[in-house]
Design a protein around this ligand. Sequence first.
Ligand SMILES: [Zn+2]
Length: 578
Amino acid sequence: MAVQALYRKWRPQTFDEVVGQEHIICTLRNALTSGRIHHAYLFAGPRGTGKTTSARLLAKAVNCLAPEEQRPCNECAICRAVNERRLLDLIEIDAASNTGVDDVRELRERVGFRPNEARYKVYVIDEVHMLSNAAFNALLKTLEEPPPHAIFVLATTRPDKIPDTVLSRCQRHDFRRISLEKIVARLEWLAEQEHIQADREALTLVARQATGSMRDAESLLDQLASYGNAGITAVEVRSALGTGASETVLQVTDALAEGDVAQGLGAINAAMDEGADPRQFARQMVEHLRALLLLRLKSDVMLGHASDDLRPRLETQANAFSARALAQAVKLFNQAAAESKGGWQPQLPLEMAFIEAALPPEAGSPGSPNQSTPANPRTPPPARHSTSSPPKPRSASARSTSPTSSPAPRAAREPAVAYDVPTPGDSSLTPDALRNRWSELLNALRPRNLSLEALMHSCEPMAVEGNIVVLGFTHQFHRSKVEEERNKQVVEEVLSDLLGQRYRVRCILAANKQLFGKTQNPAPTVSRKMKDTEGVLGAQQERTALDTKPTLSAEQIIADDPLVRAAIEELGAQVVQR
Ligand SMILES: [Zn+2]
């Protein structure tokens, strides 16, 4: 886990390093040098082709402190802050995540405020097509009258799902799949940097597998490099993903043709157990089924991924399906391949795609069931044929029916009305003033939610933007816990009570050194009895004590970790010495 993924480690830091998107980079560069910067960009294109990377480069370049032609310089304070992912004015929103909708709502509230440290506030909204209609409307209002200091970069793999009204406000750039040669060249360079022995044939196979996605190619190289240190050869690559994988693809396709759900799921699970990547596998299925479809339609198809001796078997498979069934299966596996990364059960979308493709269509839905992408990407498409009760996939069975996976409609969490306009808030509130009252906040939180109080020890107010308090966390885990809808609401209520005015919070990840005088979480020793006497003075004394950074013993450090404390206090956990 400590090892940084290759694609992150070597993410391009300058425009020159972006591979395969010269047409876009050239336009962006010209805009930068001529000072003609748009307020809204749409970066569209397949995954792993450099959209987010280019968005960050743009954020860096428009804010860089170096002379125009040198931007981004990667040396000034702004560039460094972006590279270390701690620039307050670069706000990245993942529209596919649970917090994406709230983030867009807040965007409208805080977009009017001037940047904290940079020239421009840059909002990068990833997977923007996942936004709900209400969120798109809110976004549109902002795009119609963007403040001069704001730049929006909307990134998407599905530009077709973005409302025209939003599209028309954006300068659009289409990212292309990256050519095989360019991917191979980049992989060769990477292998050299990382001292990975890999022959050209092996890298070509890796590149071909990635089908134009640089990120996939780099991840694959990463995986292969971690298998052993003797170097990567074509034979190894083939055995890791080539012949083995395509044999499974053939088996799964046979099972599909026969409607044998148990056999298909068994083959999928066996492949996953051997370390295959679910999305990669889904893509192989798409490629294969698409080839079968073309074959079925008597199109003069090049079966690039299959050797000649396989051709008879492929023809047999192609003829076992109707063209419609194949088209439907391509669609289903394609959805599984595009499913947002991670998730709590990564192979579930793949399994569900197989089950849906394998089962006959229900009466009344002749052959063309509505297969638009589900509203919530985290929620797998429900099995529509429950009566057939297919054997459940081993690992997914119990949880896939648990309440946690029942669809949580976005709309329910989201008001359909336009969001509040920014209110000026109490302009006298500063992060410092808030810091001085932090222990009051913690004390007020304690009776509401003990573990939340513990979590709030691990953050500090970083900025106040109108009625939004920006909280900086050093750990992503702590941040995401506090960001959970319920927790955030409690914090906001307590904060608003304390300050006598409505405040909302925004949680960000801050570098350790950005937090004032705090290398460890403050010792949670402020007793409740102190509450009455503890005013600004008391809090300041506490802070002064913290600033001296006492050396803590290992036990203290462990005991001070908010989550450990919560576990001890709520669950009766004990710190065990090893
Ligand atoms: Zn710079």
